[in-house]
Design a protein around this ligand. Structure first.
Ligand code: HEM
Length: 253
């Protein structure tokens, strides 16, 4: 039974029984606990970021830009915390990790459905990643919805169209944003929105970079548990951008 507010305790409110019973390392080794907790923490932060991206999409659809900035700033700050957390993981040496790597089998961050949903909802929609989620019907469904629904980038470009810009292909998108950067006083709301989006891409890229570096430190050039080429695969993701035209237009300013 759910506790009423009057009798509610800290543990009731936060469902600590459920959360704190979910750390079940598969080995007896001391360091596996850190590995479990850092991944679980990431999944919680991903959940919060998805919550904020959905809000930001709704707000942008209604041209409520200042309220959207608030949600977008929160996501960027969460990424920063996630990037800092690589320093905690870096205290896991290759020797520590190798001692329990076998228990992970083929599981990998690669299969994080929330991570992929976040990419899709920001605007990095690559359907080939759906193949990694064949097993879970529920996460497959969520990912298919995220592919079908407008991403944050698509919502931002729809706002451009409402502001009077002719939006058809990628070229017209870049041209419209370029116009906004050339006349920020005239389009301050959209200009500020663009910078908030660049903040997000920036924070995401920093996280990817630090993941790659930390992983090189821990596994060198070995293959990943998910079957990829490991660090070489991670290096190939560093150039991914959710809002590519906001980066490319800078060359022309
Ligand atoms: C010792 C710790 C870790 C190692 C050795 C490691 C290694 C790797 C490797 C090699 C990949 C590429 C896919 C594969 O072949 O498995 C990968 C992907 C990934 N990892 Fe990690 N990782 C570690 C910890 C983490 C942590 C703590 C997180 C989350 C905070 C994380 C999140 C991810 C995500 C989201 C991907 C998919 C990236 C993409 O496809 O762009 N990893 N990891």
């Amino acid at each position: 039974m759910t506790a009423t507010p009057a009798g509610m305790t800290y543990a009731d409110y936060l469902h600590l029984d459920a959360i704190l019973s979910a750390q079940q390392p598969r080995s007896e080794l001391h360091d596996e606990m850190l590995f479990v907790i850092i991944h679980q923490t990431k999944e919680l932060w991903l959940k919060q970021m998805l919550h904020e991206v959905k809000l930001a999409c709704l707000l942008i659809r209604e041209d409520r830009f200042p309220e959207a900035y608030k949600a977008l700033s929160r996501i960027s700050r969460i990424w920063t915390v996630m990037t800092l957390s690589w320093d905690v993981l870096a205290t896991l040496t290759p020797v520590d990790y190798n001692a329990f790597r076998d228990v992970l089998g083929t599981s990998s961050g690669f299969q994080s459905a929330q991570f992929r949903e976040l990419e899709f909802r920001l605007g990095i929609k690559d359907p080939k990643y759906l193949d990694f989620f064949e097993g879970g019907v529920e996460s497959q469904g969520k990912l298919r919805n995220a592919l079908a629904e407008p991403s944050l980038w698509e919502e931002a470009n729809a706002a451009l169209a409402r502001a009077g810009f002719a939006i058809a292909d990628e070229g017209s998108v870049r041209y419209a944003w370029l116009e906004i950067y050339r006349r920020p006083d005239e389009y301050f709301g959209l200009y500020q929105l663009a910078e908030k989006l660049v903040d997000l891409d920036d924070a995401f890229a920093a996280w990817r970079h630090k993941h790659m570096l930390t992983i090189e430190r821990i596994i060198g050039m070995k293959k990943g548990t998910g079957g990829s080429a490991g660090v070489a695969y991670l290096a190939s993701t560093l150039t991914k951008r959710a809002f590519p035209e906001l980066w490319s237009l800078r060359t022309e300013l």
